[in-house]
Design a protein around this ligand. Structure first.
Ligand code: UDP
Ligand code: MG
Length: 313
């Protein structure tokens, strides 16, 4: 068996309710592709019957199915990394297990690569999510545009296609806390975006709480830009300049008008504002330090418990 043209990578975490309908749509869609393919499911330590369902599916289609069972929950992006490291295809497609993006659109991504693009991003047509998630991701898109070099219309959509060269670069970079679509983008030579469908989650619930979404966005900003830190040093410089001017002003005022004791609370307000900024700055510094720490510890990024695949001759 030679390497397939297309590898489809699907992270799975507690998706037992949705997996049967995923299988029912995914396999026909890929059989209709007209290219050789493999599907790599990564079970990210699900606590429901997902692993058992994946095992059954592997037994039904061992020719094109591979299953990686991770040893715990390492997060969506690390699960995808585990899939990348074992993928063999020339074109690699990532897809969520929840059917929010239609598997029938994979053919569009793969076909677009024929035109010579090495990174196919995606934009969700008629995005179906909670309003606060739509608003929050609009704000994060805006911020990311300004502080990183990553250009993306819709950063939240994971259905994307990457050329082998990009995946090799990603595998080589061994990042711990990262955001795969952005990492892929930084290695792309000729990226493009197309529209894909989007539906509401049919079964199960979103694995991303507000807290996890905030963490993910911190990863996105700090992994791809050090501008937040630079803004802080600029801000610090501006403040010291202003306070020097303020000092000169107070000295002159002292000489002309005499000593002053009013305006105490204005000073307090000013102080609290600056303390707030300083605390945020320390927290931000901590974000970078903890990233450095995790990276230098060099622990394995994920542990594989078992891999289900057909023996290659
Ligand atoms: N996922 C995962 N590990 C996690 C969280 C999520 O493998 O810790 C998978 C999940 O099974 C799904 C995909 O990542 O296939 C996207 O998750 P979800 O649909 O909950 O995210 P949302 O669409 O709400 O952003
Ligand atoms: Mg989803």
């Amino acid at each position: 068996m030679s390497a397939p043209l297309v590898s489809v990578i699907i992270p799975v975490y507690n998706e037992e309710e949705g997996l049967p309908s995923l299988f029912a749509r995914l396999y026909p869609a890929l059989d209709a592709l007209g290219h050789s393919y493999e599907i790599i499911f990564i079970n990210d330590g699900s606590r429901d019957r997902s692993a058992a369902l994946l095992r059954e599916q592997f037994q039904q289609r061992p020719d094109v199915t591979r299953v990686i069972l991770l040893n715990g929950n390492f997060g969506q992006h690390m699960a995808i990394m585990a899939g990348f490291e074992r993928s063999r295809g020339q074109r690699i497609v990532t897809l969520d297990a929840d059917l929010q993006n239609p598997p029938e659109d994979i053919i569009k991504l793969v076909a677009k690569m024929d035109e010579g693009y090495d990174y196919i991003g995606s934009i969700r047509r008629l995005r179906q999510d909670r309003w606060w998630r739509r608003k929050a991701s609009r704000a994060m898109n805006w911020l990311r545009e300004r502080i990183t070099k990553v250009k993306m219309t819709d950063q939240g959509c994971m259905m994307r296609a990457y050329d082998r060269t990009i995946i090799d670069a990603i595998n080589h970079s061994q990042e711990v806390n990262t955001f795969i679509p952005a990492l892929g983008f930084t290695f792309a030579r000729n990226p493009v975006e197309i529209e894909v469908g989007h539906e509401e989650r049919a079964a199960g619930e979103s694995k991303y709480s507000l807290y996890k979404l905030i963490r993910l966005n911190f990863d996105l900003m700090t992994a791809f830009s050090s501008m937040p830190l630079q803004i802080f040093s600029l801000f610090g410089m501006a403040i010291s300049l202003l306070s020097a001017l303020f000092f000169v002003f107070l000295v002159i005022r002292r000489l002309i008008v005499g000593p002053e004791a009013e305006g105490l609370f204005t000073l307090f307000a000013l102080m609290f504002f600056l303390i707030g900024i300083a605390l945020f700055g320390i927290g931000l510094l901590g974000e970078y330090v903890s990233r450095i720490y995790e990276q230098v510890r060099r622990r394995p990024r994920y542990l594989v418990q078992a891999v289900l695949e057909q023996v290659q001759e």
